[in-house]
Write a protein that binds this ligand. Structure first.
Ligand SMILES: *Cc1c(COP(=O)(O)O)cnc(C)c1O
Length: 355
C-alpha cells in the first residue's frame, strides 16, 4: 500500500533525492565507487559541497558577506556553538517551545540570558508578541518554527540587535531576508536531507568578537576558513542535500514552495476547523504551515486511538502527536505531496461519518 509520510523528522524526502542517493550509493559520479567509500577530498565530492553552498546562496538569495557551513552535531550543537561564538555578556531569547528552551539552557553557560517572553504557561500554544528586546543584548535568538507545538514566525524581524534563528523545520518554505539575520542554523533532517548534517548561514563579521578561547571544532571560523572541510564532513547527507536543493530549484524555488506549502496547510486546517471531532491546538494567527497539531474535542477524546488505527489502514504514517501536546501532528514538509494531505483529510471525514 502507498504510504503517506507525516513524520516530524527525520521525515519525507523527495523521490528524486532518494533515487539519486540510491544511484550514488552504487556508483558515485561515474567513479565506479560508492559515495559511501570515497575521500571527502576527492574532486568529485569537492564539487558536491561547493554546489551545496552555491544552491543555498542561490535559493535563499544570501547576500555577500555570509558563509554557508555544513557541520555535524545537529541543531542541538548549535544551541551551544551560538553563545560560545557570539555571547559576550548578555543574550536575549524568545521562549516558544522545547527547542527554544534547550537553546536557552546552553546559552546560560556563557553569560546572562534575558528571556524576553515565554508562552510556556499556555503550553506554547502561541507566539508571544509585544515584548521588548534589550538594546544591549549581543543577539536575539528565535525559533522560527516550533516543530513540536506547531507554531511559526513567518516574518523577518527588524531589530536593533543581531538576530539568530533556528530554522530547522521551516527553512526553504518562504523567501527570507537573510540580511536581517546574523546567523541561521538548522538540522537538515526536516526539509533537506537524511539526519547527520547541520547547515549554518553566518555573517562573517559577527565572528571573532568574543574573548573566551573556543575549542577548534566549536569555532565557526575553523569551518569558514576550511570551507566545512576542516575534518570529514557528513558526506552522504551533504550529497542528498544537493539533490533536494536541485529539486527545489527545478520546482521553482522558495516562492513556489511557499505557495504549495500554503495550499497543503490550508487544506488540512480547513478540515480541522470544519470538523465536529477535531480541533487545532494553537492560536490561528500563529499556526505553522509545516507542523499541524490537532486533537479530538474533549467529548470524543477516547476516539483518538481509534483514529490512529483507522489512519494506519489508509497508509497514513507518523501522525501521532508529540507527548507534550498529545493528539495528532501532521508534518507537511516540502516533499510531501498534496495528495497525501487529501488522503488524511478524507480519512478524517470518513472517520467522522462512521461515528
Ligand atoms: C528537530 C529540531 C531540533 C533538533 O535538531 P537535532 O538535529 O536533532 O539536534 C532543533 N530545533 C528545531 C526547531 C527542531 O525542529
Amino acid at each position: 500500500m502507498k504510504k503517506h509520510n507525516f513524520y516530524a523528522g527525520p521525515s519525507i524526502l523527495s523521490q528524486y533525492t532518494i533515487d539519486k542517493t540510491a544511484e550514488a550509493i552504487h556508483d558515485f559520479a561515474g567513479t565506479g565507487l560508492s559515495i559511501l567509500e570515497i575521500s571527502h577530498r576527492s574532486k568529485e565530492f569537492t564539487a558536491v559541497i561547493e554546489e551545496a553552498q552555491q544552491l543555498f546562496k542561490e535559493l535563499l538569495d544570501i547576500p555577500q558577506g555570509y558563509q554557508v557551513l555544513f557541520l555535524g552535531g545537529g541543531a542541538s550543537m548549535q544551541f551551544c556553538m551560538v553563545p560560545f561564538n557570539l555571547l559576550k555578556t548578555k543574550a536575549a531569547y524568545l521562549d516558544t517551545g522545547t527547542w527554544a528552551n534547550k537553546a536557552i539552557k546552553e546559552a546560560k553557560l556563557f553569560g546572562e540570558v534575558d528571556v524576553v517572553a515565554s508562552s510556556k504557561p499556555d503550553n506554547y500554544t502561541y507566539i508571544p508578541k509585544g515584548y521588548t528586546v534589550p538594546a544591549d543584548a549581543d543577539y536575539f535568538h528565535i525559533t522560527t518554527n516550533n516543530t513540536i507545538y506547531g507554531t511559526e514566525i513567518r516574518q523577518d524581524f527588524d531589530l536593533p540587535v543581531r538576530l539568530v534563528a533556528d530554522m530547522s523545520s521551516d527553512i526553504f518554505t518562504r523567501p527570507i531576508d537573510v540580511s536581517k539575520y546574523d546567523l541561521i542554523y538548522g538540522g537538515a533532517q526536516k526539509n533537506i536531507a537524511p539526519a547527520g548534517v547541520t547547515f549554518v548561514i553566518v555573517k562573517e563579521d559577527v565572528l571573532g568578537k568574543v574573548d573566551r578561547p573556543i575549542p577548534t571544532m566549536l569555532d565557526y571560523r575553523t569551518h569558514v576558513d576550511k570551507g566545512s572541510m576542516f575534518n570529514t564532513p557528513p558526506v552522504l547527507p551533504i550529497f542528498s542535500a544537493v539533490q533536494t536543493l536541485r529539486w527545489y530549484k527545478e520546482m521553482g524555488g522558495v516562492n513556489r514552495l511557499e505557495q504549495l506549502d500554503n495550499e497543503k496547510a490550508a487544506l488540512l486546517y480547513d478540515a480541522i476547523d470544519s470538523s465536529r471531532f477535531f480541533v487545532g491546538t494553537v492560536a490561528p494567527e500563529d499556526r505553522s504551515i509545516m507542523n499541524v497539531c490537532f486533537v479530538m474535542k474533549p467529548e470524543y477524546k477516547e476516539l483518538e486511538k481509534d483514529f490512529l488505527d483507522f489512519a494506519t489502514t489508509k497508509g497514513i504514517v507518523g501522525i501521532k502527536g508529540h507527548r507534550s501536546v498529545g493528539g495528532f501532528r501532521a508534518s507537511l514538509y516540502n516533499a510531501l505531496p498534496i495528495d497525501s494531505v487529501r488522503v488524511l483529510v478524507d480519512a478524517m471525514k470518513e472517520f467522522e461519518n462512521k461515528h
